[in-house]
Design a protein around this ligand. Structure first.
Ligand code: SF4
Ligand code: SF4
Length: 208
């Protein structure tokens, strides 16, 4: 008796599930007609399909179309540099913390040395990341004390040659303006914290 009842219940569940899938399927056409000509291949269409209001089933015509990624999306890390008087200045001090915390150990850094004294200086002479090994965890960016390494949004990195996937310092470097453009909320928060820390330092100096 109980088995028959369960069968009936299970059968109803399947029908309900199919009904739901069918409703979504129909909704696709309703949505297409509602946004006639605007749902596909337009920036507004992509914005709509990325929104919570979207209904029905849709196809993203990649690579012609790309859904925008959220700010916290992370792919391969990049090195942030400042542009001062036409010169590039990497924020990295070659402290090596990122290389230490990287779980698959895919970061290699060579610290620069002073040509006169031979002593190490806080600047990376070389910086490599093997992007085939990187697991996109973001630990390097989380632990860097200088906001010098950040996670990129660019995911179109396919190459034909394995050697091209070991990125050097030049390939990893991107200006701070790029960082601000892909992660505006994070950038503003860090800049605010930096300004506050500088103001506190200045206040301590004036008291001393
Ligand atoms: S990226 Fe950051 S953590 Fe890594 S070596 Fe440079 S300063 Fe240190
Ligand atoms: S994202 Fe993770 S795996 Fe990739 S370099 Fe940074 S710490 Fe290593």
């Amino acid at each position: 008796m109980t088995e028959q009842k369960n069968d009936r219940m299970y059968g109803l569940g399947i029908l309900k599930g199919l009904g739901l899938a069918f409703r979504h399927f129909l909704q696709t056409y309703i949505d297409d007609f509602r946004h006639l000509g605007k749902r596909y291949k337009t920036p507004e269409g992509i914005a709509y399909r990325s929104s919570k209001d979207v209904s029905g089933i849709f196809t993203v015509q990649y690579p012609e179309e790309k859904l925008p990624v959220p700010e916290e999306f992370r792919f391969i890390p990049f090195l942030v540099y400042e542009e001062k008087d036409g010169q590039i200045e990497y924020r990295c001090t070659s402290c090596g913390i990122c290389a230490k915390v990287c779980p698959p150990q895919c970061i290699w850094i060579v610290r620069a040395t002073d040509p006169n004294t031979g002593r190490p200086i806080p600047d990376p002479a070389e910086f490599y990341i093997d992007i085939d090994i990187c697991m996109n965890c973001g630990y390097c960016a989380e632990y860097c004390p200088f906001d010098a390494i950040k996670m990129d949004h660019d995911y179109e990195l396919a190459t034909y040659d394995r050697k091209d996937n070991v990125y050097d310092k030049a390939k990893l470097g991107k200006p701070v303006s790029y960082y601000a453009s892909i992660r505006p909320v994070n950038y503003q928060r860090e800049e605010k914290a930096r300004r506050e820390a500088e103001a506190q330092k200045a206040a301590r100096r004036s008291i001393a």
